[in-house]
Design a binder for this molecule. Structure first.
Ligand code: UT7
Length: 312
């Protein structure tokens, strides 16, 4: 299976941390509710940092780890639903900050929390040339600015962060993706252009039901497409929204829970950044040795969903 390979990852966290106890002094909530219902203990929140600042931090780290020069990058894709401006795109500012060549595409895309999976497929479709064999994907989110800090049903869930992945085409190694969208915009949306309510609004129960249905479906679709079995997958990396969602997906799939990586306790739900930062932490923990196969699944507003099998 010829396709993408992740050469290096990076992440950038805002310095400020909001714990569950901090939130309990802002709204009618408590650590016990948040922990048992979601698994989240704390989240990083921007305090002056912009989306572009996080994106630069994560991308720079990935380039340093890979020892790849900016002029070797053939495409830049930023996934976000919380850019600094409607236009220019975060990617344009990032391309300039990193000193990328002017003759490559650099653009933002929004597939909500599925963004990183969509971006993998997009990067795979871009024509990378011999002299510029790498694509840079950055999931960068400042969700705190779209958060209604008086709404306890949403403000305890999200966090800000950026994660980056430097990818290249490879002749060998597993790679396949599965993407989808059903257009159900009611249970989860965030206003903006011309909308008086610019905050995230969510029917948590509806999103929960969708998530526990779509994760196993996407896993099955990827296994069927790739010809691999559940046992061939070393780690499952789900979008980090709620530990109970990940646990029930593991149970439905009859897959061992310890194969499901979890870091939402420290970050909360970081939308399109959640999978690249998870991969970055897994890499640092020494879990992603050559030959290891990861299966990533994301789901989010739209509803969108996406999955990818990646071999390390
Ligand atoms: O990135 C993709 C998008 N997001 C998701 O994947 C989120 C999916 N959904 C979820 O993770 C869960 O539905 C939530 C964590 C959002 C909510 O958990 P739940 O078990 O579905 O709780 P609920 O919304 O049914 O609320 C249960 C109770 C309610 O009180 P009553 O009506 O039973 O008296 C809520 O008002 O918990 C109350 N509640 C809270 N209590 C304390 C809601 N938020 C809070 C809170 N602290 N922060």
């Amino acid at each position: 299976m010829k396709g993408l390979h992740i050469k290096a990852t990076g992440r950038c966290l805002p310095k400020k941390i909001l714990t569950n106890d901090d939130l309990s002094r802002m709204v009618d909530t408590n650590d016990e509710w948040i922990t048992t219902r979601t698994g989240i203990k704390q989240r990083h929140i921007c305090d002056g940092e912009r989306n572009i600042d996080l994106a630069i931090g994560a991308a720079t780290r990935a380039l340093e780890k890979a020892a790849v020069r900016p002029e070797e990058i053939g495409a830049l894709v930023v996934t976000t639903f919380t850019p600094d401006y409607y236009t220019p795109a975060v990617a344009c500012l990032l391309a300039k900050a990193l000193g990328l060549s002017h003759d490559i595409p650099a653009f933002d895309m929004n597939a909500a929390c599925s963004g990183f999976l969509y971006a993998l497929q997009v990067a795979n479709g871009l024509l990378l040339q011999e002299e510029r064999p790498y694509a840079l994907i950055v999931g960068s989110e400042v969700i705190s600015k779209t958060t209604d800090w008086s709404d306890r049903s949403t403000c305890v869930l999200f966090g800000d962060v950026a994660g980056a992945a430097l990818v290249e085409r490879r002749e060998v190694g597993a790679f396949c993706t599965a993407l989808g969208c059903d257009g159900n915009a009611v249970p989860l949306y965030c206003g903006g252009a011309g909308d008086e309510d610019r905050f995230i609004r969510m029917d948590g129960g509806e999103v929960f039901k969708f998530a526990v249905r779509i994760i196993p479906q996407t896993v099955e679709a990827l296994l069927q497409k790739s010809g691999l079995t559940l046992a061939d997958i070393d780690y499952f990396v789900c979008h980090q929204a709620n530990k109970r969602i990940i646990d029930s997906a593991a149970k439905k799939l009859k897959a061992p829970q310890e194969k499901f990586f979890i870091n939402l306790d420290r970050y909360g739900n970081t939308s399109s950044a959640s999978i690249p930062i998870a991969l970055d932490e897994m890499g640092e923990a020494g879990l992603l040795k050559p030959g290891v196969k990861t299966l990533c699944v994301g789901f989010g507003a739209g509803f969108t969903w996406g999955g990818a099998i990646l071999e390390w």
